[in-house]
Design a binder for this molecule. Structure first.
Ligand SMILES: [Ca+2]
Length: 273
């Protein structure tokens, strides 16, 4: 095979893409027998570019450099992606919906109690919340529908302890029922208080390939984001192929203010086999 093609000058290399490269007068020797775990940088293009101050290099810890040299376990990859923050838009993770938002919940200045909370919801239509879904139903479904709702998934941020609730500061994942969510966990374990009035940053990833939902949460003023839940979801039997996403919130006899301060959404299609 003889073909001419244009390419950029990469400088003198010992290894390229882990393959040994030996450049001599009149020929270039390429050998896969002596593969290197790490690319030699003694005389490579990166070092040359650094000398010319075209690029700047920086220290990378052993823990972080694994993302450049090794395949990562899912939990590690998701953790690093969340820590990078902007990587949601950069990583080509297919069959996935990810959303980052900052929420703030304010209590009433006239009462020591407030209620009921808000949700991030994926639903089969854009209909408004059902008429009787106020209070503990958070705008998701009517009490009469509970247990019989189909084709939707909601992540609750529940601020009021009803008789069926774990506490007044928890996250639930609801599909068919608010009374019987498929997952519940208290935020008290993380030190985060939904009713603190502080801005709270939440990152939710629905992974259609792994059939799971993952959520990170932390105060927006802090760098720390905690992997709060990683729950298996039978997505094909939970959501239709076309969904609407949005928010619901509710109050009952008590007052509360629910604010979405910022929101971004990314989605990637399932690739054809
Ligand atoms: Ca509740």
């Amino acid at each position: 095979m003889k073909q001419k093609f244009a390419m950029n000058y990469l400088g003198l290399m010992n290894y390229f893409l882990r393959i040994e490269v030996d450049q001599k007068q009149g020929h270039v020797f390429i050998c896969q027998q002596r593969r290197s775990k790490h690319i030699a940088i003694k005389s490579d293009a990166l070092t040359e570019a650094a000398h010319k101050k075209i690029v700047a290099t920086d220290f990378c810890s052993s823990e972080d450099q694994h993302c450049f040299t090794k395949g990562l376990l899912k939990y590690k990859f998701v953790d690093m992606r969340a820590r990078l923050g902007v990587a949601q838009a950069l990583c080509k993770i297919v069959s996935e919906i990810s959303t980052i938002r900052i929420i703030r919940i304010l209590t009433s200045s006239y009462s020591t109690e407030s209620a009921d909370g808000l949700t991030f919801i994926m639903a089969p239509n854009s209909n408004p919340s059902p008429a009787d879904s106020f209070g503990s139903y958070l705008g998701i479904m009517d009490p009469a529908q509970d247990g019989r709702v189909a084709d939707q998934l909601a992540v609750e941020f529940d601020t009021y302890k009803n008789t069926f609730d774990l506490d007044g500061n928890h996250v639930s994942i609801d599909t068919k029922s608010v009374l019987h969510p498929i997952y519940v966990r208290s935020l008290n374990e993380t030190g985060i208080d939904l009713k603190s009035g502080k801005d709270i940053k939440v990152s939710i990833i629905l992974d259609g390939r792994a059939n799971s939902i993952t959520m990170y949460v932390g105060y927006a003023s802090e760098l720390r984001r905690e992997l709060f839940l990683d729950v298996p979801i039978d997505i094909p039997h939970t959501l239709p192929s076309f969904i609407y996403v949005g928010f619901t919130a509710s109050t009952g006899y008590l007052t509360e203010s629910h604010q979405i301060l910022s929101w971004s959404l990314s989605s990637y299609p399932i690739p054809k086999k």
